[in-house]
Design a protein around this ligand. Structure first.
Ligand code: MN
Ligand code: MN
Length: 315
């Protein structure tokens, strides 16, 4: 081979080979995650959606799109988080599709094993109901947590505690179960109305406010609300405008751009993160793959947030 030429056998083409999140090692069926910093899991579940389904295909699509991001330092962080962190891909949560409640049990049990190993769960949905079992496990490990919640919807419908499996009720259930510190919860990008009283103590930075504020201003508000509490970050991809993320179950016009959302994340290094998720990517409505790619990019930014520790991004 010519001197100085890169051996392409050392770096797979993005369209080649088996698929895992960011080409990280698979740990499917593992029960012990000791030594891991981040454990990725997919949840192929979409029976809790109120509109068009398809998020069961989200985890596979996010992994697939992640491959074209998996080749070195991440802009603008300037480092490769997968050199700093041990990340494994635990595959998808298994459950009987005829017993949807089994998903919640199995996902909570998996997340508990991740937390017991002092690793951080990174969950790829699946519809937003999948966040509830994760929060149950996070609460069992950390107690009530703060919440950074990106979404077009507040997901605080009335009727919690009645056993309904509905992605619109996930944070009402979480509040009722005492999983969250209500006053330390912030919801970003909201552009739907909720007439009820549930979650009245949460801070809402609605879409109009997001468009009037800089990412730095939004992040400063998030830090003020969250404080030093352990915090869980959940990203419903429909927070993004349908122009950037058409592939989702309940799209609402007027949302954030992919850049706006990323730029907010870039300012959140140093928070006491207990877990992350990307939910509601629905590939059947995602003709160009942009939604799954955005989901993959955000998941990589989460890894960068952990890898950065208290380093501030010099963007
Ligand atoms: Mn949601
Ligand atoms: Mn939503």
């Amino acid at each position: 081979m010519e001197e100085g030429r890169v051996a392409m056998t050392e770096q797979r083409a993005s369209y080649s080979g088996l698929v895992s999140f960011m080409r990280q090692p698979m740990a499917e069926g593992a029960a012990d995650f000791s030594g891991c910093d981040v454990v990725v899991a997919g949840v192929p579940f979409d029976v809790a959606t109120t509109n068009r389904p398809g998020a069961r295909f989200g985890p596979r699509a996010i992994r697939d799109e992640s491959l074209q991001l998996a080749w070195g330092p991440i802009w603008p962080w300037g480092f490769d988080p997968f050199e700093r962190l041990k990340v494994v891909d635990a595959g998808d949560i298994a459950f009987d599709w005829g017993r949807p409640q089994e998903m919640a049990e199995n996902l909570a049990a998996h997340t508990a094993r991740v937390l017991a190993a002092n690793a951080v769960p990174l969950t790829l949905g699946g519809d937003h109901y999948c966040t509830l079992p994760v929060l149950r496990a996070v609460h069992a490990h950390h107690g009530p947590v703060a919440l950074v919640h990106f979404d077009a919807h507040r997901d605080v419908e009335e009727g919690a505690g009645q056993g309904r499996i509905d992605h619109g009720i996930v944070f009402s259930e979480a509040l009722q179960e005492g999983l969250l510190r209500e006053e330390a919860c912030v919801q970003i990008g909201i552009r739907t109305t909720y007439p009820g009283e549930v979650g009245a103590g949460m801070t809402v930075i609605d879409a109009a406010a997001c468009h009037a504020m800089s990412a730095r201003q939004i992040a400063a508000k998030v830090r003020e609300v969250v404080g030093n509490h352990p915090v869980y970050l959940t990203f419903d991809i429909d927070c993004l405008d349908p122009a950037f993320a058409p592939g989702t179950g309940t799209p609402v016009p007027g949302g954030l751009s992919t850049h706006q959302a990323r730029a907010i994340l870039w300012e959140l290094a140093g928070l006491n993160f207990t877990g992350f998720d990307v939910m509601e990517v629905s590939p059947p409505y995602d003709p160009a793959g942009a939604t799954a790619l955005a989901g993959a990019m955000l998941a990589v930014d989460f890894c960068c947030l952990l890898a950065a520790g208290n380093e501030t991004l010099q963007a």
